[in-house]
Design a protein around this ligand. Structure first.
Ligand code: KIV
Length: 297
């Protein structure tokens, strides 16, 4: 099965096409991106969905958690990623505080992601209290992705950044939450950091695609964070597979640049603009006569 989008595809993938991929036995590929060039590369590589995750807080904004990430920051990042995506569906992560306060707020913020930032869908963390917000956003005609298991916005409540669903009761709760998210209208659900057999049962329990991250191979698809995937995260989690050493490549490039500027080998003639000889001579003459006039006065 080819993973390349046909060369003539100029529109984004639709939700029925995403569902059909899974029904045909295909696996969905999702990656985070926070800017236009990264989204363009992910799109060209054939990913199905680009998630503008609030992981941007730690990957690009220099924070140590996702909770402080704001709507304004997410709008800017989503707008940029959306400009780079041609075929991939763009999912914007709703930051903490953008859907907890009221249904009205949740819908208004979700609408902003579609109207102001070019997203196709939004993602919300959690089930329980989040279900009514998901229902309201879905009723407003906005596709919603759910997210259960390790939900970083509530890491403090969960006792830290650790795998969830490791007891029979907790695993059962995850199945119930997934079923409730499907009923609330989600078109897919991220399953983060849970035992593979639990994610497999969750996937069987729902008819919408599950997207795993640290949840084993039985999910309908996988998501990785861009910076983890390309080697820009110093100490990635155990479930990450790193496909490139971009940090090494970038460090090498920057070290060479520093050396070239300091020893005068950059820029050379090939990086420099010239001008016609006649114009240069006229310019030099003008400077000379200006100096002569000044020294006389
Ligand atoms: O914010 C994010 O990048 C996410 C993914 C890890 C699923 O929520």
């Amino acid at each position: 099965m080819s993973h390349e989008p046909p060369a003539d595809v100029t529109r984004r993938i639709t939700l029925p096409e995403i569902a059909a991929t899974v029904q045909r036995g295909g696996r969905l590929v999702v990656v985070t991106a926070y800017d236009a060039p990264s989204a363009r590369i992910a799109d060209q590589a054939g990913v199905d969905m680009i998630l503008v995750g609030d992981s941007a807080g730690t990957t690009v904004l220099g924070l140590d958690a996702t909770v402080p990430v704001t709507m304004e920051e997410m709008i800017v990042l989503t707008r940029a990623a959306s400009r780079g995506a041609r075929r991939a569906l763009v999912v914007a992560d709703m930051p903490f505080g953008s859907y907890q306060i009221s249904e009205t707020d949740a819908v208004a913020n979700a609408v902003r992601f579609l109207k102001d930032a070019g997203a196709d869908a939004v993602k919300l963390e959690g089930a329980g209290r989040t279900l009514t917000r998901i229902g309201a956003i879905h009723d407003a005609g906005i596709p919603v992705m759910g997210h259960i298991g390790l939900t970083p916005q509530s890491a403090t409540l969960l006792g830290g950044y650790k795998a969830q669903g490791r007891t029979a009761a907790a695993a059962r709760r995850l199945v119930d939450e997934a079923v409730a998210l499907e009923r609330a209208g989600c078109f897919s659900i991220v399953l983060e950091a849970m035992p593979a057999p639990v994610a497999a049962r969750v996937t069987e329990a729902v008819s919408i695609p599950t997207i795993g991250i640290g949840a084993g191979a039985s999910c309908s698809g996988q998501v990785l964070v861009w910076h983890d995937l390309v080697g820009l995260t110093p100490d990635p989690a155990r479930f990450v597979k790193t496909y490139a050493d971009l940090a090494g490549v970038l460090r090498g490039a920057l070290t060479a640049y520093v050396r070239d500027v300091r020893d005068g080998t950059f820029p050379d003639a090939s990086h420099t603009y010239g001008m016609p000889d006649a114009e240069r001579l006229r310019f030099e003459d003008q400077l000379t006569s200006r100096r002569t006039t000044r020294s006389r006065s």
